[in-house]
Design a binder for this molecule. Structure first.
Ligand code: HEC
Length: 141
């Protein structure tokens, strides 16, 4: 019993800097399922290419995007000092109610990607939960 794989949601893990070209292009590779219990491991595998290892938005793939990836360390500061858990979760999952308009994003819809990795809903929820917690942990004061 296979769930539909979503080949179109192949991820953007790394930037390929083609020689002789000024603009880096993004190489899409299928997502590897990384440890769902480690927010940091998932962040490094799935998010740092765009948002940077430090979450500040300067990952190697950022230059190939039309819109710069958000600085993920100032989400609480931007929200009056309170980390906007639900909005962050929705932004990552790609669900309505996220901080960015649905459909106009360059960021992969991670909810679909994570669901394509396993038929087990609780693992998908665990991934989302630990990722959001990790993003919360990198907030600057
Ligand atoms: C292909 C590049 C790319 C990858 C990979 C990526 N993002 Fe993003 N992300 C963006 C861009 C660009 C935006 C700015 C909003 C938009 O999509 O227009 C963004 C916005 C966000 C936001 C909304 C922040 C705000 O300003 O309110 C969150 C939260 C976020 N990303 C978290 C993540 C997490 C967590 C991961 C890894 C699971 C991830 N992103 C992977 C490109 C990326």
């Amino acid at each position: 019993m296979y769930r539909t794989i979503l080949p179109l949601f192949a991820l953007l893990f790394g930037a390929l800097f083609a020689y002789g070209q000024d603009k880096p292009s993004i190489k899409q590779v299928p997502p590897k399922a990384s440890d769902p219990t480690s927010g940091m491991a998932m962040f490094n595998s799935y998010c740092s290419a765009c948002h940077g290892k430090d979450g500040k938005g300067g990952g190697p793939a950022a230059a190939a995007l039309k819109k710069g990836p958000s600085d993920l360390t100032i989400l609480a500061r931007r929200n009056g000092g309170k980390f906007p858990t639900l909005a962050v979760q929705n932004a990552i999952a790609g669900e309505a109610g996220g901080t960015v308009a649905h459909g106009s994003k360059e960021m992969p819809v991670w909810g679909d990607v994570f669901r394509s990795m396993t038929a087990n809903d609780s693992i998908t929820k665990m991934r989302m939960h630990n990722l959001v917690k990790y993003v919360e942990s990198i907030q600057v004061k």
